[in-house]
Design a binder for this molecule. Structure first.
Ligand code: FAD
Length: 407
């Protein structure tokens, strides 16, 4: 048995196949996707794709042109869901019953949208957004609705809210926490983004926990919580994501909120790797805590590590995490992780619509949120990668040149 089988053809799986060929990997590469669409970019689904007509449903979203797979001898199989893995015989079974042997296996199964188990969740018009199939359905529903309620003030929820508002819909975001994006950004950043969305006419309700969806004739008509009753002909639930790790778990591969991997992305089974949203790894920027990251950067960087390891090169995952979220006119970029933050220092004036917030754990710089400041974002990534923690007074002084701090 030689060659690699990659389960999942999202950002991680596709980038692994491409990186292997770029590193002259000589073995067979089989890339399995349970989806029917050619592998595509997910980030635009909550942004530009929603506003575009059907004509834009084609090549623009593709991760690679269809010919790429043929030209690079990557055997891409669509509609090919893996149903079981037998690690003892290095063999897997597709839902169709077909069996495939592998030399190495890479699990890039991603994550799925968390759904809510509250009354009315199964009504038509209560949607989630993870795949192109979801996005096409949402885009169609958006055409014929007026009142949109977004449950969850996280990245996807806020991006969709901004897009729906741009399309002229009445939009209300319901968030259980006291501020939006609470786990990801600084209070100043949350406050700025909330203000911008509200100024555009999006209603944002904080400390609000949805209790039920009401409907008539099987279709959603309202969202209720704490005596409030908000009309809704479309509900988008953006309540976070869950790792697709059941396949690995059933095969006896160690899992705990994701598939456990080491710094080379190896699972508890030596010839099986995991990467991307589904991989629970020890992250140097999270104080060695085991976490999963849900970002394009993480999927691509972990794919690169697997490719290096499989082509005989020394490589360990040690990237500075970074992420972006475009919400209407707001370009939010984040570097590092704010876990354990004790203090925040703002550089620039939020009133001007361009600023960064530097997160410190005591005197150590751990993360930076940048709003419409792409250069500061890039510099922040470099500062974090080099382990440089500028004095807080320097950060607060916009006349100080951050570039000079770099080694
Ligand atoms: P995925 O891209 O989810 O791919 C996993 C694939 O595996 C899926 O196609 C799945 O169907 C398939 N699969 C699962 N189980 C099986 C099986 N048993 N058999 C066969 N196939 C299987 N990140 C950013 O950094 N910036 C953004 O702006 C951003 N915006 C986003 C907007 C939206 C709407 C969404 C949904 C995500 C966004 N993300 C963004 C997150 C980013 O898309 C993910 O972190 C990234 O796709 C993870 O890559 P992955 O390969 O781990 O998983």
């Amino acid at each position: 048995k030689t060659g690699i089988v990659i389960v999942g053809a999202g950002h991680g799986g596709c980038s692994l196949a491409a990186a292997l060929r770029a590193s002259n990997y000589a073995g067979d590469i089989t890339l399995l996707s349970e989806e029917a669409d050619y592998p595509y970019h997910r980030p635009p689904l909550s942004k530009a794709f929603m506003c575009s007509g059907e004509a834009n449903d084609g090549d623009r979203l593709l991760l690679q042109h269809e010919s790429f797979y043929r030209d690079n001898r990557i055997d891409l199989k669509l509609d090919a869901r893996v149903a079981a893995i037998d690690v003892a015989s290095s063999c897997l079974t597709l839902a169709s019953g077909e069996r495939l042997a592998y030399g190495h296996l890479a699990l890039a199964t991603g994550s799925r949208a968390r759904s809510l188990s509250i009354p009315g969740s199964d009504l038509q018009g209560v949607e989630v957004l993870r795949t192109l199939v979801h996005a096409r359905r949402l885009r169609e529903r958006l055409e014929n609705c007026q009142n949109v309620v977004v449950v969850g003030g996280g990245f996807i929820g806020l991006e969709v809210a901004a897009t729906a508002r741009k399309l002229g819909k009445e939009v209300r975001v319901l968030e259980t926490a006291e501020r939006i994006l609470q786990r990801s950004v600084a209070p100043v950043t949350s406050e700025y983004i909330t203000g911008q969305h509200r100024a555009k006419g999006i209603a944002i309700e904080l400390n609000t926990c949805v209790e039920a969806f009401a409907g008539s004739n099987g279709r959603v008509t309202a969202v209720t919580c704490a005596g409030q009753h908000w009309p809704a002909d479309l509900v988008i639930v953006g309540a976070g994501a869950m790792p697709n790790s059941e396949l690995a778990e059933a095969a006896g591969i160690a899992c705990a909120n994701g598939i456990l991997v080491d710094a080379q992305m190896r699972t508890s089974v030596p010839n099986v790797f995991a990467l991307g949203d589904c991989a629970a790894h020890e992250n140097a920027y999270a104080g060695k805590e085991r976490i999963r990251l849900e970002s394009i950067q993480n999927a691509n960087d972990q794919a690169r590590v697997v490719s290096q390891v499989l082509t005989g090169n020394e490589s360990r995952y040690h990237s500075v995490p970074w992420f972006w979220s475009d919400q209407g006119d707001i370009k939010l970029q984040m570097a590092g992780l704010s876990i354990g933050r004790t203090e925040c220092v703002t550089r620039g004036d939020p009133q001007q619509g361009r600023f960064s917030v530097f997160h410190y754990r005591d005197d150590t710089l751990i993360a930076v949120d940048s709003i419409n400041q792409p250069l500061e974002h890039i510099l922040s990534r470099k500062l974090l990668a080099q382990g440089i923690s500028p004095a807080k007074t320097v950060i607060a002084d916009t006349a100080a040149d951050l570039k000079q701090l770099l080694g």
